[in-house]
Ligand binder design. Structure first.
Ligand SMILES: [Ca+2]
Ligand SMILES: [Ca+2]
Ligand SMILES: [Ca+2]
Length: 331
């Protein structure tokens, strides 16, 4: 590559990063504000005590109606082996990634699309692309790109004025943990966000950093009619505290799970929190390091409706007023 081209590419990348950070684009999954290293899906023969009770995970992507170009869904480290992944005995895990569009994807019209209950048919819609990965040095510590896709092959959502797509990761064989990340991109070979794009899920299975000082975040969106929420977390391994922060909550401490168990609890919602995001903060314990901690979170309203977690929090990151003192180690 010529040096001029290199400079242009670097400049474009920097602009992309700048946009993603300053305008809160939600195309990186986990999102920029979340400070989560990886999503996790274990092979179907995995031990649930390692932190994944489902062996699949679903993410939705929202492409704003006014974006008419093609787009790509990129997966970082889709293989299970080598760097980043969680080994049990030998690498024998295969993970199937499948991209869906068309009718049936929108979870507002198809509850099963959220994949929250055992036996749900969460694969309704048109299968646009899929690929299975085992241990594969070609994709170890590398990006794999699905697409190009046309926005209009998604499921149009009036609520979000966006076309919705879905990617499902499934551990179809083996017992190891596959760590990976997604990026919704305008380009096939670089991460270039789409203005106004976002991503969301209803059941978030993720890895925490192996660092005592780190704080990870997820941002559920509270819609009208919510009086209280019921949070459920799985396999937190007694790793420190989970707090809920909002403009009106300085930090409510949640009930947390130990090894291989679900624990749930209620959090009241104030009228003033409706139509905004909450900040669920995951503070690791300080007296020793809980390593390779994978955890699952779901939240539902008092009516039993699941709340979505957005990669780019709707309305921005909520901050308690006066500003709370949460110090993060510079990265
Ligand atoms: Ca790997
Ligand atoms: Ca294995
Ligand atoms: Ca991986």
């Amino acid at each position: 590559m010529g040096s001029f081209r290199k400079i242009v590419v670097l400049a474009l990348l920097l602009i992309g990063v700048e946009c993603a950070v300053s305008r809160g684009y939600g195309q990186a999954v986990p999102g920029t504000d979340e400070n989560i290293p990886y999503l996790v899906t274990f092979g179907k023969d995995g031990e649930t005590s390692w932190g994944d009770p489902h062996f699949y995970q679903i993410f939705f992507f929202a492409i704003p109606r006014d974006y008419t170009g093609q787009f790509y869904i990129r997966v970082f480290d889709p293989d299970c082996g080598g760097e980043h992944d969680e080994l049990k005995f030998t690498w024998n895990t295969r993970t199937l990634f499948s991209v869906y569009g068309g009718q049936g994807v929108d979870p507002n019209f198809n509850e099963e699309s959220k994949g929250l209950n055992k036996g749900d048919n969460y694969k309704k819609g048109n299968l646009l692309a899929s690929r299975a990965f085992g241990e594969d040095p070609r994709y170890d510590d590398q990006w794999f790109t699905f697409g190009p896709f046309n926005p209009t092959s998604g499921d149009f959502s009036e609520q979000w004025n966006s076309y919705l797509f879905k990617i499902v990761s499934e551990g179809i064989a083996g017992d190891d943990g596959n760590m990976f990340r997604y990026f919704l991109s305008k380009e096939a070979d670089a991460n270039v966000p789409i203005e106004g794009g976002n991503a969301f899920t209803y059941s978030y299975t993720f890895r925490l950093w192996n660092e005592n000082q780190s704080v990870s975040h997820i941002y559920p969106y509270v819609d009208t009619g919510v009086v209280y929420i019921r949070q459920r977390n799985f396999d937190w391994d007694d790793d420190g505290k989970i707090l809920v922060v909002s403009r009106y909550k300085q930090g409510i401490e949640l009930e947390v799970s130990g090894e291989d168990e679900w624990v749930e609890g209620r959090v009241p919602i104030e009228q003033a929190e409706i139509g905004s995001s909450l900040d669920f903060q995951f503070h690791k314990r300080q007296d020793f390091l809980v390593r390779n901690n994978n955890v699952v979170i779901t939240i539902e309203s008092q009516r039993g409706d699941a709340l979505p977690f957005f990669s780019s929090p709707i309305g921005g990151v909520p901050v308690y007023q006066p500003v709370i003192q949460v110090r993060q180690k510079p990265r």
